[in-house]
Ligand binder design. Structure first.
Ligand code: PEP
Ligand code: MN
Length: 319
Protein backbone atom coordinates (compact mmCIF):
# COMPACT_ATOMS: atom_id res chain seq x y z
CA UNK A 1 0.00 0.00 0.00
CA UNK A 2 1.26 3.48 -0.87
CA UNK A 3 -0.11 6.48 1.01
CA UNK A 4 0.41 9.87 -0.65
CA UNK A 5 0.36 13.01 1.45
CA UNK A 6 -1.14 16.29 0.20
CA UNK A 7 1.77 18.54 -0.75
CA UNK A 8 0.55 21.33 1.49
CA UNK A 9 0.49 19.09 4.58
CA UNK A 10 2.96 18.24 7.34
CA UNK A 11 3.89 14.62 6.59
CA UNK A 12 5.17 13.86 10.10
CA UNK A 13 1.64 14.25 11.33
CA UNK A 14 0.43 11.65 8.80
CA UNK A 15 3.32 9.33 9.68
CA UNK A 16 2.38 9.39 13.36
CA UNK A 17 -1.22 8.57 12.51
CA UNK A 18 -0.14 5.61 10.34
CA UNK A 19 2.12 4.21 13.06
CA UNK A 20 -0.67 4.66 15.58
CA UNK A 21 -2.81 2.37 13.38
CA UNK A 22 -0.10 -0.33 13.62
CA UNK A 23 1.39 0.27 10.18
CA UNK A 24 5.13 0.02 9.49
CA UNK A 25 6.00 2.73 7.03
CA UNK A 26 8.91 3.93 4.93
CA UNK A 27 9.00 7.55 3.84
CA UNK A 28 9.60 8.51 0.21
CA UNK A 29 9.96 11.97 -1.31
CA UNK A 30 9.49 13.12 -4.87
CA UNK A 31 9.99 16.88 -5.19
CA UNK A 32 7.58 18.26 -2.65
CA UNK A 33 5.34 15.15 -2.61
CA UNK A 34 5.79 12.79 0.34
CA UNK A 35 4.54 9.17 0.23
CA UNK A 36 4.65 6.30 2.68
CA UNK A 37 5.15 2.70 1.67
CA UNK A 38 3.35 0.41 4.11
CA UNK A 39 5.24 -2.83 4.88
CA UNK A 40 3.48 -6.17 4.38
CA UNK A 41 3.93 -7.18 8.02
CA UNK A 42 1.78 -4.29 9.22
CA UNK A 43 -1.54 -4.67 11.03
CA UNK A 44 -4.71 -5.22 9.03
CA UNK A 45 -6.35 -1.80 8.75
CA UNK A 46 -9.41 -0.75 6.73
CA UNK A 47 -8.46 1.44 3.81
CA UNK A 48 -11.15 3.93 4.88
CA UNK A 49 -9.32 4.51 8.17
CA UNK A 50 -6.17 5.50 6.27
CA UNK A 51 -8.07 7.76 3.88
CA UNK A 52 -9.67 9.47 6.86
CA UNK A 53 -6.30 10.68 8.21
CA UNK A 54 -6.16 14.47 7.68
CA UNK A 55 -3.56 15.29 5.04
CA UNK A 56 -3.80 11.99 3.13
CA UNK A 57 -4.30 12.60 -0.58
CA UNK A 58 -4.65 9.05 -1.89
CA UNK A 59 -4.16 5.39 -1.04
CA UNK A 60 -2.99 2.92 -3.71
CA UNK A 61 -2.96 -0.82 -3.20
CA UNK A 62 -1.86 -3.81 -5.24
CA UNK A 63 -4.84 -5.96 -6.22
CA UNK A 64 -4.97 -9.26 -4.31
CA UNK A 65 -3.29 -12.20 -6.05
CA UNK A 66 -5.88 -14.60 -4.61
CA UNK A 67 -9.35 -13.11 -5.10
CA UNK A 68 -11.15 -16.46 -4.87
CA UNK A 69 -9.55 -17.33 -1.55
CA UNK A 70 -10.38 -13.83 -0.26
CA UNK A 71 -13.99 -14.20 -1.34
CA UNK A 72 -14.44 -17.65 0.23
CA UNK A 73 -16.88 -17.16 3.08
CA UNK A 74 -16.40 -18.78 6.45
CA UNK A 75 -17.25 -21.30 7.71
CA UNK A 76 -16.91 -23.62 4.74
CA UNK A 77 -18.97 -26.78 4.40
CA UNK A 78 -17.27 -30.16 4.16
CA UNK A 79 -19.80 -32.95 3.71
CA UNK A 80 -22.18 -31.23 6.13
CA UNK A 81 -19.53 -30.21 8.67
CA UNK A 82 -18.89 -26.48 9.14
CA UNK A 83 -15.26 -25.52 9.46
CA UNK A 84 -13.77 -22.07 9.91
CA UNK A 85 -14.24 -18.91 11.97
CA UNK A 86 -17.86 -18.83 13.10
CA UNK A 87 -18.05 -22.61 13.67
CA UNK A 88 -16.94 -24.73 16.64
CA UNK A 89 -13.45 -26.29 16.33
CA UNK A 90 -13.28 -29.56 14.42
CA UNK A 91 -11.13 -32.46 15.55
CA UNK A 92 -9.52 -34.72 12.93
CA UNK A 93 -7.63 -37.76 14.17
CA UNK A 94 -6.23 -41.08 13.10
CA UNK A 95 -2.98 -42.82 12.32
CA UNK A 96 -0.20 -41.49 10.14
CA UNK A 97 -0.74 -44.44 7.80
CA UNK A 98 -3.73 -46.76 7.45
CA UNK A 99 -2.13 -50.05 8.49
CA UNK A 100 -4.99 -52.56 8.28
CA UNK A 101 -8.75 -52.70 8.07
CA UNK A 102 -9.04 -53.83 11.69
CA UNK A 103 -6.72 -51.07 12.93
CA UNK A 104 -8.57 -48.26 11.21
CA UNK A 105 -11.97 -49.54 12.29
CA UNK A 106 -10.96 -49.81 15.94
CA UNK A 107 -9.36 -46.34 15.84
CA UNK A 108 -12.40 -44.80 14.18
CA UNK A 109 -14.57 -46.13 16.97
CA UNK A 110 -12.20 -44.81 19.66
CA UNK A 111 -11.69 -41.33 18.23
CA UNK A 112 -15.41 -40.83 17.65
CA UNK A 113 -15.89 -41.12 21.42
CA UNK A 114 -13.75 -38.03 21.92
CA UNK A 115 -15.71 -35.82 19.57
CA UNK A 116 -13.56 -36.28 16.45
CA UNK A 117 -15.50 -35.56 13.24
CA UNK A 118 -12.87 -36.62 10.69
CA UNK A 119 -10.86 -39.81 10.44
CA UNK A 120 -7.40 -39.23 8.99
CA UNK A 121 -4.92 -41.78 7.70
CA UNK A 122 -2.62 -42.09 4.73
CA UNK A 123 -3.26 -44.72 2.07
CA UNK A 124 -0.48 -43.17 -0.01
CA UNK A 125 2.42 -41.97 2.14
CA UNK A 126 4.98 -39.36 1.06
CA UNK A 127 8.01 -40.80 2.86
CA UNK A 128 11.33 -39.02 2.90
CA UNK A 129 13.11 -42.35 2.32
CA UNK A 130 12.14 -44.87 -0.37
CA UNK A 131 12.90 -47.65 2.14
CA UNK A 132 10.17 -46.51 4.57
CA UNK A 133 6.62 -47.88 4.51
CA UNK A 134 4.86 -46.30 1.54
CA UNK A 135 1.24 -47.04 2.49
CA UNK A 136 -1.17 -49.78 1.41
CA UNK A 137 -2.53 -47.70 -1.46
CA UNK A 138 -5.95 -48.26 -2.96
CA UNK A 139 -7.22 -50.98 -0.57
CA UNK A 140 -6.57 -48.63 2.35
CA UNK A 141 -8.93 -46.07 0.81
CA UNK A 142 -11.78 -48.56 1.08
CA UNK A 143 -10.84 -49.48 4.68
CA UNK A 144 -10.84 -45.81 5.64
CA UNK A 145 -14.19 -45.09 4.00
CA UNK A 146 -15.91 -48.07 5.57
CA UNK A 147 -14.48 -47.38 9.03
CA UNK A 148 -15.54 -43.73 8.86
CA UNK A 149 -19.05 -44.59 7.66
CA UNK A 150 -19.49 -47.21 10.36
CA UNK A 151 -18.62 -44.74 13.10
CA UNK A 152 -20.24 -41.56 11.78
CA UNK A 153 -17.00 -39.86 10.69
CA UNK A 154 -15.79 -38.03 7.58
CA UNK A 155 -12.57 -38.94 5.77
CA UNK A 156 -9.49 -36.80 5.17
CA UNK A 157 -6.66 -38.46 3.30
CA UNK A 158 -3.71 -37.48 1.16
CA UNK A 159 -3.28 -37.76 -2.60
CA UNK A 160 0.23 -38.06 -4.01
CA UNK A 161 -0.24 -38.43 -7.75
CA UNK A 162 -2.52 -36.71 -10.24
CA UNK A 163 -3.56 -40.12 -11.61
CA UNK A 164 -4.87 -41.15 -8.17
CA UNK A 165 -7.00 -38.02 -7.74
CA UNK A 166 -10.28 -39.63 -8.90
CA UNK A 167 -10.05 -42.60 -6.54
CA UNK A 168 -8.84 -40.56 -3.57
CA UNK A 169 -11.56 -37.96 -4.11
CA UNK A 170 -14.16 -40.71 -4.30
CA UNK A 171 -13.13 -42.13 -0.92
CA UNK A 172 -12.47 -38.79 0.82
CA UNK A 173 -14.69 -35.98 2.03
CA UNK A 174 -11.65 -33.72 2.25
CA UNK A 175 -8.63 -34.31 0.02
CA UNK A 176 -5.27 -33.58 1.62
CA UNK A 177 -2.41 -31.99 -0.28
CA UNK A 178 0.73 -32.79 1.71
CA UNK A 179 3.36 -30.29 2.69
CA UNK A 180 5.80 -31.70 0.14
CA UNK A 181 3.27 -31.14 -2.65
CA UNK A 182 1.97 -27.68 -1.81
CA UNK A 183 3.41 -26.31 -5.05
CA UNK A 184 2.88 -29.40 -7.18
CA UNK A 185 0.59 -27.50 -9.51
CA UNK A 186 -0.28 -30.48 -11.69
CA UNK A 187 -1.50 -32.28 -8.56
CA UNK A 188 -3.47 -29.25 -7.29
CA UNK A 189 -5.18 -28.99 -10.65
CA UNK A 190 -6.01 -32.70 -10.87
CA UNK A 191 -7.48 -32.67 -7.35
CA UNK A 192 -9.48 -29.51 -8.00
CA UNK A 193 -11.07 -31.13 -11.04
CA UNK A 194 -12.62 -33.72 -8.72
CA UNK A 195 -14.81 -31.01 -7.12
CA UNK A 196 -14.16 -32.03 -3.53
CA UNK A 197 -13.03 -29.71 -0.69
CA UNK A 198 -9.24 -29.58 -0.41
CA UNK A 199 -6.95 -29.21 2.61
CA UNK A 200 -3.67 -27.56 1.62
CA UNK A 201 -0.82 -28.25 4.04
CA UNK A 202 1.83 -25.57 4.18
CA UNK A 203 5.19 -26.31 2.56
CA UNK A 204 8.13 -26.26 4.98
CA UNK A 205 9.57 -23.15 3.35
CA UNK A 206 6.40 -21.60 1.93
CA UNK A 207 5.47 -18.01 2.64
CA UNK A 208 1.89 -17.35 3.65
CA UNK A 209 1.27 -15.71 0.27
CA UNK A 210 2.55 -18.83 -1.57
CA UNK A 211 0.34 -20.99 0.63
CA UNK A 212 -2.74 -18.87 -0.13
CA UNK A 213 -1.87 -19.02 -3.83
CA UNK A 214 -1.78 -22.82 -3.68
CA UNK A 215 -5.33 -22.58 -2.32
CA UNK A 216 -6.22 -20.15 -5.11
CA UNK A 217 -5.07 -22.77 -7.65
CA UNK A 218 -7.54 -25.25 -6.18
CA UNK A 219 -10.49 -22.84 -6.28
CA UNK A 220 -9.54 -21.59 -9.74
CA UNK A 221 -9.56 -25.15 -11.12
CA UNK A 222 -12.89 -26.08 -9.57
CA UNK A 223 -12.50 -27.10 -5.93
CA UNK A 224 -15.63 -26.04 -4.01
CA UNK A 225 -13.74 -25.06 -0.82
CA UNK A 226 -10.23 -24.86 0.61
CA UNK A 227 -8.98 -25.22 4.17
CA UNK A 228 -5.38 -24.46 5.08
CA UNK A 229 -3.30 -26.59 7.44
CA UNK A 230 -0.27 -25.28 9.32
CA UNK A 231 2.05 -28.19 10.14
CA UNK A 232 5.26 -26.43 11.04
CA UNK A 233 7.90 -24.85 8.85
CA UNK A 234 11.60 -25.67 8.69
CA UNK A 235 13.23 -24.25 11.81
CA UNK A 236 16.85 -24.14 12.93
CA UNK A 237 16.53 -26.13 16.15
CA UNK A 238 16.47 -29.95 15.99
CA UNK A 239 14.75 -30.19 19.41
CA UNK A 240 11.45 -30.14 17.54
CA UNK A 241 10.80 -31.74 14.15
CA UNK A 242 9.54 -28.45 12.68
CA UNK A 243 8.66 -25.00 13.97
CA UNK A 244 4.94 -24.39 14.52
CA UNK A 245 4.09 -20.98 13.11
CA UNK A 246 1.28 -19.79 15.37
CA UNK A 247 1.70 -16.25 14.05
CA UNK A 248 0.51 -17.51 10.68
CA UNK A 249 -2.41 -19.26 12.37
CA UNK A 250 -3.48 -16.09 14.22
CA UNK A 251 -3.13 -14.08 11.01
CA UNK A 252 -5.21 -16.46 8.89
CA UNK A 253 -7.67 -17.51 11.58
CA UNK A 254 -8.22 -14.42 13.76
CA UNK A 255 -7.39 -11.51 11.48
CA UNK A 256 -8.28 -12.75 8.00
CA UNK A 257 -11.10 -15.09 9.14
CA UNK A 258 -9.97 -17.99 6.95
CA UNK A 259 -10.43 -21.68 7.76
CA UNK A 260 -7.13 -22.95 9.14
CA UNK A 261 -6.42 -26.25 10.85
CA UNK A 262 -3.27 -27.00 12.82
CA UNK A 263 -1.35 -30.27 12.81
CA UNK A 264 0.76 -30.14 15.97
CA UNK A 265 1.90 -33.75 15.46
CA UNK A 266 4.10 -33.08 12.43
CA UNK A 267 4.92 -29.60 13.72
CA UNK A 268 6.76 -30.82 16.81
CA UNK A 269 7.26 -34.54 16.17
CA UNK A 270 7.07 -35.24 19.91
CA UNK A 271 4.15 -36.78 21.73
CA UNK A 272 4.79 -34.71 24.87
CA UNK A 273 4.26 -31.43 22.98
CA UNK A 274 1.20 -32.33 20.93
CA UNK A 275 -1.38 -31.46 23.60
CA UNK A 276 0.07 -28.06 24.62
CA UNK A 277 0.64 -27.02 21.00
CA UNK A 278 -2.83 -28.16 19.95
CA UNK A 279 -4.39 -26.12 22.74
CA UNK A 280 -2.25 -23.11 21.87
CA UNK A 281 -3.33 -23.44 18.23
CA UNK A 282 -7.01 -23.26 19.18
CA UNK A 283 -6.29 -20.22 21.36
CA UNK A 284 -4.48 -18.60 18.41
CA UNK A 285 -7.44 -18.94 16.06
CA UNK A 286 -7.26 -22.42 14.54
CA UNK A 287 -10.64 -23.78 13.45
CA UNK A 288 -9.58 -27.36 13.85
CA UNK A 289 -6.82 -29.80 14.76
CA UNK A 290 -5.31 -32.73 12.91
CA UNK A 291 -3.85 -35.15 15.45
CA UNK A 292 -1.94 -38.35 14.72
CA UNK A 293 -3.39 -41.07 16.90
CA UNK A 294 -2.43 -44.74 17.20
CA UNK A 295 -3.69 -47.71 19.22
CA UNK A 296 -0.14 -48.86 19.94
CA UNK A 297 2.32 -46.09 18.97
CA UNK A 298 5.35 -48.31 19.61
CA UNK A 299 4.25 -50.57 16.75
CA UNK A 300 3.20 -47.84 14.30
CA UNK A 301 4.55 -48.28 10.77
CA UNK A 302 5.26 -44.56 10.60
CA UNK A 303 5.51 -41.56 12.93
CA UNK A 304 4.83 -43.60 16.12
CA UNK A 305 6.96 -41.25 18.23
CA UNK A 306 4.53 -38.41 17.74
CA UNK A 307 1.29 -40.41 17.91
CA UNK A 308 -1.12 -39.99 20.81
CA UNK A 309 -3.21 -42.75 22.32
CA UNK A 310 -6.88 -42.00 21.45
CA UNK A 311 -7.74 -41.37 25.12
CA UNK A 312 -5.59 -38.22 25.07
CA UNK A 313 -7.93 -36.63 22.53
CA UNK A 314 -10.09 -35.51 25.44
CA UNK A 315 -7.53 -32.75 26.11
CA UNK A 316 -8.49 -30.54 23.18
CA UNK A 317 -12.17 -29.70 23.01
CA UNK A 318 -14.31 -28.28 25.78
CA UNK A 319 -16.81 -30.90 26.89
C1 PEP B 1 0.48 -36.40 6.92
O1 PEP B 1 -0.37 -35.64 7.37
O2 PEP B 1 0.34 -37.62 6.92
C2 PEP B 1 1.74 -35.86 6.36
C3 PEP B 1 2.55 -36.61 5.62
O3 PEP B 1 1.95 -34.59 6.69
P1 PEP B 1 2.88 -33.48 6.00
O4 PEP B 1 2.50 -33.43 4.55
O5 PEP B 1 2.47 -32.25 6.75
O6 PEP B 1 4.29 -33.87 6.25
MN1 MN C 1 2.77 -38.70 9.77
Amino acid sequence: VIVRVKSSEDSSHVQRALVALGLWVERFEDDSQVSFLVAAHSSAVEEAAVRAIPGVESVARRPSLHPRIDAQSSPIDIAGISLGPGAPPVLMAGPCAVESEAQIDELAQRIARYGARFLRGGAYKPRTSPYSFQGHGEPALGWLRRAADRHGLKVVTEVLEPGDAPRVAEAADLVQIGSRNMQNFALLKAVAHERKPVMVKRGVAATIEEWLLAGEYCLFHGAPAVVFCERGVRGFDPSTRNLLDLGAVALLGQVQKRPVVVDPSHACGRRDLVVPLGRAALAAGASGLLIETHLDPGRALSDGSQALAPELLDQFLDP
